[in-house]
Ligand binder design. Structure first.
Ligand code: COS
Length: 387
């Protein structure tokens, strides 16, 4: 049997555990935390206790070493609870992946083990005020001085930036070399990372998004991840590993929007019948259901490819692009199903609509995903397989 769509017993258990955590711990607090922009430290600690975060860290460093498929199944469920809180829980994965891929054994022992021993946080620092989609345009520099690197610059839109204990920071080590002049470093908070601003956002308001700066921040030279000037590829390889999870989170938003719409459509009576009896509503619900199904298949396939040793960049972009755009469409349609009530904060769907928007923006906009898809479709890389 070469294709099997059934989750294994461990994955089924993880899914149930994550769903019940989302239902019992995340959902009851999601509305308040969103309204008042409260950082979900208490929920992060609980998720850590249960082993729902840092799932990919290898057993050698104390982690569970779960595969990406299992990790993304958890991400969908927690995002169904609240994608802002889920983003806070999963941001460690984005920061720890470059360390997992390129860190020395000493660095892994110190920084990955730290995340397992205590509910500590790490943040991924790639984006800058003038370098978003255009990663190579970054201006932060790292200059080697003896056995240290000295970092200067600023980073923006950093998830968990205000609360992280350490950061994965990308900086130019050869400013003239474009994408071939970027290196990645682990920077402990106490080295002198300054939090300049916490952003006030449209959606995912429970998550922390900060602007940071580095002013003559000195770190030991062994905190360089992998080779000098190999940071761009490391960032891309990291995003290949995290985009399936983002697609899973976008699927969770869609599932929540679909369920809310189905429940409401069965209750709300207009023209003498529940609006679910009207084909205009049925077709919206049918389209939502198809998008959920297709998004789920795509994120599972992109994670499965990673777990089975295939390069997944193309399918990860398909998954991230389709699932994010579908989350936005589905949430907008859910508001439409709710009619005027959908526009009111007392009902759950306006939050889903605000939250969905970021899915099309972070970890590569939908346009960047299309760039990757177009490039690979027109001129496939030799190592890119379609399974
Ligand atoms: N894995 C490994 N290597 C990769 C790769 C991947 N997924 N994608 C690209 N590369 C390599 C290429 O092979 C190329 O290597 P060489 O230097 O040996 O030629 C190099 O990286 C540059 O690739 P490319 O020419 O495709 O880069 P571009 O400058 O055209 O940029 C995009 C590519 C736009 C796709 C990239 O900059 C990107 O993903 N931007 C969005 C960044 C993002 O997601 N930001 C969100 C912040 S994280 S919340």
């Amino acid at each position: 049997m070469s294709i099997n769509f059934e989750l294994n017993d461990e994955q089924k258990l993880l899914k149930e555990t994550a769903k019940s955590f989302a239902e019992n711990e995340i959902r009851p607090k999601a509305e308040d935390y969103d309204r008042d922009s409260i950082f979900p430290r208490d929920i992060i600690n609980q998720a850590w206790e249960l082993g729902l975060m840092n799932t990919s860290i290898e057993e050698a460093y104390g982690g569970a070493g779960l595969d990406y498929t299992s990790g993304s199944i958890i991400e969908e469920q927690l995002s169904w609870g609240c994608s802002g809180i889920a983003t806070s829980i999963f941001a460690n994965g984005l920061a720890s992946t470059p360390v997992e891929l390129a860190g020395s054994d000493e660095i892994k022992k110190k920084y990955l083990t730290m995340l397992i021993e205590e509910p500590k946080l790490a943040a991924f620092c790639l984006t800058e005020p003038d370098a978003g989609s255009d990663v190579s345009g970054m201006k932060t520099t790292a200059v080697k001085k003896g056995d240290k690197y000295v970092l200067n610059g600023s980073k923006c839109f950093i998830t968990n930036g205000s609360h992280a204990d350490w950061y994965t920071v990308y900086a130019k080590t050869d400013p003239e070399a474009g994408h071939r002049g970027i290196s990645a470093f682990v920077v402990p908070r106490e080295a002198g990372v300054v939090v300049d601003k916490k952003e006030d956002k449209l959606g995912q308001r429970a998550s922390d998004t900060a602007m940071l700066s580095f002013s003559d921040v000195e770190i030991p030279a062994d905190h360089l991840l992998g080779e000098e000037n190999a940071g761009f590829k490391l960032a891309m390889m990291t995003l290949d590993r995290t985009r399936p999870g983002v697609a899973a989170m976008a699927t969770g938003i869609q599932q929540a929007a679909l369920e809310a719409s189905v429940d409401y459509a069965k209750e709300r009576v207009q023209f003498g019948v529940p609006i679910a009896m009207h084909q205009a509503i049925q077709f919206m619900i049918a389209d939502m259901a198809t998008k959920v199904e297709a998004s789920r298949l795509l994120y599972l396939k992109s994670a499965w490819m990673l777990d089975n040793g295939f390069r997944n960049s193309l399918v990860a972009s398909h998954a991230k692009r389709f699932s994010s755009d579908s989350a936005m469409e589905t949430a907008v349609d859910a508001v439409q199903v709710f009619g005027g009530y959908g526009f009111i904060k007392e009902y759950p769907v306006e939050k889903l609509m605000r939250d969905a928007k970021i899915m099309q923006l972070y970890e590569g906009t939908s346009q960047i995903q299309r760039l990757v898809i177009a490039k690979e479709t027109l001129a496939p890389s030799r190592d890119m397989v379609t399974v």
